[in-house]
Design a protein around this ligand. Structure first.
Ligand SMILES: [Zn+2]
Length: 381
């Protein structure tokens, strides 16, 4: 198979299980990619769009699998934020709220809050979703599944926690009223089969809660090595239809840059608009970001704003980078990432240049807020 495929640019789409994914024709100039736990990876990958299902997918080659297994074996959860989940500003409470808590409280009307729900979190990690569930759904009993047991002890401390399942879903004999997959589906190598297996674990009237990155709005998601599917709301809807899940709720605006869906087993052939091709646009955007950073360095070494995926990835594209990360989050100040310091904006020496590797509108706000007569901020226009 591999020999004959060399002559054309198609590879296997892991959703369709057919050689229908067309490799993007573009000179790949990124030096490194990044793992979902924020480590730079020297290996690159093949990416394209499936002509059958429209999804943006990576080639799940044996090399990809080997590297991905290494990532999972050494996985560190939310390293850059001390084990905490990303927070979302809640306009009702005017507070920063952990993502899972925000999702659960936004969808609260959909659950029977007084009943003793049995909740399973698939790919539970260090239990951030279950911690939120124990707050928002205090009568629920909580179960976790993960391929690794690194965080089992931490998860077992959560209020109302019952049982930790390590390994594949096949070992689980219980049924659950709510199953959560928070930032899991984009890692799954056979998502249709996986979603069918999840259905076997649901009780009558049970529901599945899904949360994935919205790759359309987050260009850097393409460079996350262990993410093999890059969804927008249309390709996710199509996949859910094919796996026979009925959509009770789906939104790409509840959380900016993410898609949240609540599902029940069933068939709903809702009309699906075709996904707009965001792959090329987003790769071009990342290219211009790297070019801009390289150009700016010709005069003087740059510092990079932020300490998240995009910032660490950008640093990985620059040869012998000797700048600092610049972060407003005080918890991150005076730490180091890959040997480079994380400084607060006010600690920068005069005449520093700071590059913001974020989308134009967000970058513009940051630049407006932080620019001074002695510190210059730059971003891709
Ligand atoms: Zn496909």
């Amino acid at each position: 198979m591999q020999e004959s495929n060399k002559h054309h640019s198609y590879f296997n789409c892991h959703i369709c299980q057919k050689s229908t994914a067309k490799q993007i024709k573009k000179n790949w100039k990124f030096k490194k990619s990044i793992s979902s736990d924020h480590n730079l990876i020297k290996k690159n990958f093949i990416i394209g769009i499936c002509e059958n299902c429209g999804s943006v997918v990576k080639d799940i080659s044996s090399e990809w699998q080997k590297e991905t297994n290494l990532i999972y074996e050494n996985f560190s959860m939310y390293t850059s934020s001390g084990g905490n989940e990303k927070t979302i500003f809640n306009h009702d409470t005017k507070k920063q709220t952990p993502r899972s808590e925000f999702i659960l409280s936004s969808l609260k009307d959909k659950f029977d809050l007084t009943s003793k729900l049995k909740i399973l979190d698939i790919g539970a990690g260090n239990g951030v979703f279950l911690k939120s569930a124990s707050t928002i759904l205090p009568f629920a009993s909580l179960y976790a599944q993960d391929i690794s047991n690194i965080f089992q002890k931490e998860v077992e401390l959560i209020t109302n926690f019952k049982k930790f399942f390590q390994g594949s879903l096949d070992h689980i004999k219980d049924k659950f009223d709510l199953i959560a997959m928070i930032h899991v589906l984009e890692h799954i190598e056979n998502p249709i089969m996986f979603l069918k297996n999840v259905k076997k674990l649901l009780s009558l009237n049970g529901m599945l809660l899904l949360n994935v990155p919205n790759s359309k709005l987050i260009p850097i998601d393409l460079c996350v090595f262990d993410h093999c599917t890059h969804f927008d709301i249309y390709t996710l809807t199509k996949l859910l239809n094919r796996a026979d899940w009925k959509i009770e709720f789906i939104s790409d605006s509840l959380i900016n840059g993410e898609i949240v869906a609540l599902l029940k087993p069933g068939v709903s052939r809702v009309g699906i608009k075709n996904s707009q091709n965001f792959l090329l646009n987003n790769l071009n955007y990342l290219d211009s970001m790297v070019d801009a950073a390289i150009n700016l360095r010709k005069n003087k070494e740059i510092n990079i704003f932020g300490s998240s995926l995009a910032s660490i990835w950008l640093a990985g594209q620059l040869s012998d980078w000797a700048g600092c990360y610049v972060d407003e989050d005080e918890n991150k100040n005076n730490t180091k990432i890959n040997g480079r310091s994380v400084l607060k904006p006010s600690s920068l020496p005069n005449d520093s240049n700071v590059f913001i590797p974020l989308e134009k509108n967000i970058a513009k706000d940051i630049s407006k807020r932080l620019s001074t007569s002695v510190i210059n901020y730059y971003f891709v226009n």
